[in-house]
Design a protein around this ligand. Structure first.
Ligand SMILES: C[S@@+](CC[C@H](N)C(=O)[O-])C[C@H]1O[C@@H](n2cnc3c(N)ncnc32)[C@H](O)[C@@H]1O
Length: 350
C-alpha cells in the first residue's frame, strides 16, 4: 500500500521519514484534530494542494499499522541521500515547506545540544589581512571565534556603546551576548521567531541590558524611531517577505540609525536585494562580498563543527547536519567555494 500510494513521490518519502522520526522522538507537536488516527505507528503524508495560487501543505496522518515497519525501513535505507538533499536545498524549497523544516531543525538542535554549547548558527568569518589581531576573546568564547568574528565584522566598528540595539533572528544568542558583553550598549534585545530559542537565550546568557523576546521580523514590536542599530546575521533569507522586513527595520530605526546586515545571497538575487534596501529608504555606507572570508572560516572550523555534530546528533543525521553546518566536503561548502552562493555584508543608514 505504502509503495503504491507514494510511487514516484520521493520527496514525500523523505519528508515522511524526517517527520516520523521527529514525531516519535517527541520533537514535533501535531494538533490532535488533524489526525485520523493517533499512534506512533502513523506516518505523515505530505499533500500539496494549489489553492488560490497559494501552495499549501496539509499534514495528514494516515494509518499504516501493518505496513509501517516495511515502509519505514525502505524509507530509511533508500532515502537518506534525499534527506541530505532536502537539508542542502532547503533555502530553495517553497516557503510553506521551508518554515516548518526550519522550526524542526531548531527543535532538534535544542534537543540534541545537551551540553548547551551551540550558541551560534552562522558560517563564520576568517580574516585575510589580520583584521582581528586585536580581538582578544575570553577563554570561554575562543571555541566560537569564527562565528564571533562574523558578528564583530558586521557590527563591531559601529559605536554600540550606550546605544539601544536590536538583533532580529538572534538564534541561540551567542552574537547578542558577545556584542552586549564586549561593546556595552545601553540595551540589547535579541528577537527570534522561536520561543524555545529565546527561552534558551534568557536562561543561558547574562549581560547588563541584554534580554531576548519572541517576535516576527516582518512585524517588529517596537515604536517608530526607537532603536539606534538593528543587527541581522544569516537570518533574513528565510523570511516570507524580505521587503517588509527591510521596511520594518527602517521604521524602528532612529534618524541616522544603522542597519548592520549580513547573509548569503545568490548572485542572481543580489540586484533585487539592493533595490529592496534602497526602496525601503536606506543609504549604503558599506557593501562587501565576504564569501572568501566565509569559505576560509568554514575550512578552519570544519573539524570542530564535525566534533560537535558527532557529540550531539544521532549518527543517521550526521550528514544532514554537515550540510546545515557547511563543513568542508558538504554541498553547502561547495556552493560557497565555487561562487554559486555569495555572502554579503552591509552597513546601511536611515
Ligand atoms: C541561521 S540562524 C542565525 C542565528 C544567529 N543570527 C547566528 O548567527 O547565530 C537564523 C535565525 O533566524 C530566526 N528566524 C527565522 N525566521 C524568522 C522571523 N520571521 N522572525 C524572526 N526570526 C526568524 C530563526 O529562528 C533562527 O534562529
Amino acid at each position: 500500500m505504502c509503495k503504491e500510494k507514494h510511487a514516484g513521490r520521493n520527496l514525500d518519502y523523505a519528508l515522511c521519514f524526517l517527520l516520523t522520526v521527529l514525531y516519535e522522538k517527541k520533537l514535533l507537536n501535531v494538533k490532535k484534530k488533524s489526525l485520523n488516527c493517533l499512534s506512533t505507528t502513523c506516518l505523515f503524508n505530505i499533500g500539496y494542494s494549489k489553492n488560490n495560487k497559494k501552495q499549501e501543505i496539509d499534514i495528514i496522518f494516515i494509518s499504516l499499522q501493518e505496513e509501517k515497519d516495511k515502509c519505514f525501513s525502505k524509507i530509511t535505507q533508500n532515502y537518506k541521500p534525499l534527506m541530505n538533499k532536502i537539508v542542502e536545498k532547503y533555502a530553495e524549497l517553497p516557503k510553506p515547506i521551508r518554515r516548518p523544516l526550519w522550526r524542526l531543525w531548531h527543535n532538534m538542535i535544542t534537543s540534541f545540544d545537551k551540553q548547551k554549547v551551540t550558541l551560534f548558527m552562522n558560517y563564520g568569518y576568517a580574516s585575510n589581512n589580520g583584521e582581528f589581531m586585536n580581538l582578544k576573546l575570553k577563554p570561554e568564547d575562543e571555541a566560537d571565534r569564527y562565528s564571533i568574528q562574523l558578528y564583530d565584522h558586521v557590527a563591531g566598528s559601529n559605536h554600540l556603546k550606550d546605544k539601544d540595539i536590536l538583533e532580529v533572528g538572534c538564534g541561540r544568542g551567542g552574537g547578542a551576548s558577545f556584542l552586549a558583553r564586549y561593546y556595552k550598549p545601553k540595551s540589547f534585545i535579541g528577537l527570534d521567531i522561536s520561543k524555545k530559542t529565546t527561552d534558551f537565550c534568557n536562561n543561558h546568557h547574562q549581560a547588563e541590558g541584554l534580554k531576548f523576546i519572541k517576535g516576527h521580523a516582518e512585524e517588529l514590536p517596537f515604536e517608530d524611531s526607537s532603536i539606534d542599530a538593528v543587527v541581522n546575521v544569516e537570518s533574513a533569507r528565510v523570511y516570507g517577505n524580505i521587503p517588509k522586513f527591510f521596511e520594518e527595520v527602517y521604521r524602528v530605526l532612529k534618524p541616522d540609525g544603522k542597519f548592520l546586515f549580513a547573509d548569503m545571497i545568490k548572485p542572481k538575487d543580489i540586484e533585487s536585494i539592493n533595490k529592496q534596501l534602497e526602496e525601503a529608504g536606506f543609504k549604503f555606507l558599506k557593501k562587501e562580498n565576504i564569501r572568501e572570508n566565509v569559505v576560509k572560516a568554514l575550512k578552519l572550523d570544519t573539524e570542530y563543527r564535525k566534533e560537535r555534530i558527532h557529540e550531539g546528533a544521532p549518527k543517521f543525521l550526521h550528514k544532514s547536519f554537515y550540510q546545515f553546518a557547511g563543513v568542508e566536503g558538504s554541498e553547502r561548502f561547495d556552493a560557497f567555494d565555487n561562487n554559486r552562493i555569495d555572502y554579503w555584508s552591509y552597513t546601511l543608514i536611515k
